[in-house]
Design a protein around this ligand. Sequence first.
Ligand code: ASP
Length: 300
Amino acid sequence: MTQQELKPVVVVHGGAGGSRADDDGCVHAARRGMSEMNRGALAAATAAVVALEDDGRYNAGSGSVLCLDGATIEMDAAVMDSNGKLGAVACIQRVRNPVLVARAVADTPHWLLAGDGAERFARIAGIPPYYHASERARRKHDELLRKLAGAQAALPGVANAAFSHYWNYAAPPQFATEDGCDTVGAVARDGAGNFAAACSTGGSAPSLLGRVGDTPIIGSGFYAGKLGAVAVTGIGEHIVRRLLAHTVYQWLAEGMPMEEALEAGIALFPREIDVGIIAVNRKESGARSNKDMPRAEVSA
Ligand code: ASP
């Protein structure tokens, strides 16, 4: 290692509100990321998220939760690096790896494609159709419907009745829906000092059709700049109001120690709002959440 070279590292998470029993999938994903590190931080972060999307235990890619109608799967994903690469997709359906579509968007004149346009773009980019409603997704959907039928708010701070009141799916509501708040993300630092963030989610249930959270929104769900990279997880509606990823990035850029910046980021939220943050800068890396959050870190 020359004096300029930094120690490569990949940090990944499997979603705030997930189970630490699923840390092994994160370790596998961080290793997959590290195996791509010779192609740079962006390739590493993207590969780690692909592994998490393929795992099936996390709310992203093949493990994505079902929308309230019990059939639709809408996903969001994003990538960004410290060299200005930026791509995202929102409300995309019928792809296995939304993060690969987001990576392809980063090579177009745009930064974010949504809905049908994003899916059509995926086909042009050679990404085949894929739809899989997993057993886990069906189970979670049933749990969510039970919650929506009950007295406790399925989405903290929102009356369950709001979902039938504003219902916008083609099929009628069948309440008797899931707080699918777990998602995936990765941040990476390569030896040349480049940083990247990548993230992907099946969304936070319950949600209306067309709902977009923080995951594909720059500065909210993710941020990467010359001084580091940050990816976050939690309830998007609360995260976007605090521009969480950029806020933490800025604190790190101003010299706040990693532990302190992560802690301060979590402290912006009331305890009942699930939130988790992973970050890397030139010297440090870390992960913090206010609920269980599967995670892993692998360095060279
Ligand atoms: N942030 C994601 C969203 O709101 C969900 C999550 O991180 O669990 O769509």
